[in-house]
Design a protein around this ligand. Structure first.
Ligand code: FDM
Length: 212
């Protein structure tokens, strides 16, 4: 970890619709990687612990109203306020497993009708993930899993739109995993992608920036 000059941790993002299994999978990945002796942390966005995060949380709980662009910028600010810590962790050799990132930012806001390029703007210059694991599940199937918690975006019609918008963001860093498979099968596939990715970052793959 971090001994070789350009060796660093990997920035790994999990994306997918609500109830696609991101959170369970990221918990399982975390303990697997810890057992393997890697330095690893699990993060999530929105990070509700900051001042900006509290505003976001209250909006998601329908306790406050904000127009679509304002909330979009708050989600983005919530990533910017974590950027330098993120870079420091990665450079010191820690791998970060991040539950949602800029792709959620763009997919959810553009699903409301905002222009995709406008949505990408404030994300430009954030750290680019080394790997995006997209847990792919039909919106109907995710809804059947139940447990939509009643937050603002947890509605089938809207999730269908989000799914369409996610697909437009897919690039070479994405791996699309069939999240309707049994949890163990999904986990096995994720482990392989993650181990590969960590290995390339250890040998010094440079950090890059998003959407510049
Ligand atoms: N969400 C999340 C956004 O709309 N934009 C963002 O940038 C991020 C990170 O917030 F419905 C949405 C996605 C989801 C909600 O996420 C809260 P969690 O994972 O349920 O906390």
């Amino acid at each position: 970890n971090g001994n070789r000059d350009n060796s660093r941790g990997a920035l790994i993002v999990l994306e997918g619709l609500d109830r696609s299994g991101k959170t369970s999978q990221s918990t399982r990945l975390l303990s697997y990687l810890e057992q393997q002796g890697f330095s690893v942390e699990s993060w999530r966005f929105p990070d509700r612990s900051t001042c900006v995060g509290e505003m976001i949380s209250s909006y998601l709980a329908n306790k406050s109203q904000l127009d679509d662009r304002t909330i979009h910028l708050l989600f983005s600010a919530n990533r910017w306020e974590k950027r330098s810590l993120m870079e420091m962790k990665l450079r010191s050799g820690t791998t970060l497993l991040v539950d949602r990132y800029s792709y959620s930012g763009v997919a959810f806001s553009s699903a409301k009708g905002l222009d995709v390029e406008w949505c990408k703007g404030p994300e430009m210059g954030l750290l680019a993930p080394d790997l995006v694991l997209y847990l792919n599940i039909p919106p109907e199937k995710a809804a059947e899993r139940g447990g939509y918690g009643g937050e603002r975006y947890e509605q089938l019609e809207f999730q269908r739109k989000v799914a369409q918008h996610y697909k437009m963001l897919c690039d070479a860093t994405w791996k699309i995993i069939d999240a309707s498979l049994p949890m163990e099968d999904v986990e096995k596939q994720l482990r392989e992608f993650v181990m590969d990715c960590i290995a390339t970052c250890q040998i010094g793959k440079p950090l890059s920036q998003l959407w510049l």
